[in-house]
Design a protein around this ligand. Structure first.
Ligand SMILES: [Zn+2]
Length: 106
């Protein structure tokens, strides 16, 4: 047991607020307009903006911006609802932009 070393996680690039565990990544293959992004099963210490319908390459989705609970920076978005059957697995999941998160305990 290595009690002094916590789990590998990601934090906000601005304020180092802890956001997500490495183990909660579903996919690293997401692409946003700003570059690569990761899909997580869930994230902590964030709040959601208003829901909005967006037509994406993969079809119509209801999404909400995800903000850091400390510095309020927009870090990514949450899939509230997917309308295409093949995209349903994204519902309730959160995408964080790679350049807005930093690794801790690696
Ligand atoms: Zn922050």
């Amino acid at each position: 047991m290595e009690d002094s070393i916590g789990p590998r996680l990601y934090s906000c690039y601005k304020c180092r607020n802890h956001l997500a565990l490495h183990d909660d990544i579903i996919s690293k293959g997401f692409q946003s307009k700003n570059g690569r992004a990761y899909l997580f099963t869930h994230v902590r210490n964030v709040f959601e903006g208003p829901k909005a319908d967006r037509q994406l390459i993969t079809g119509l989705h209801t999404v909400a911006d995800v903000h850091c609970a400390d510095c309020r920076e927009v870090l990514g978005w949450k899939y509230e609802k997917a309308y295409e059957e093949s995209e349903k697995y994204k519902e309730g999941k959160v995408v964080l932009e790679k350049f807005k998160i930093v690794k801790e305990n690696w």
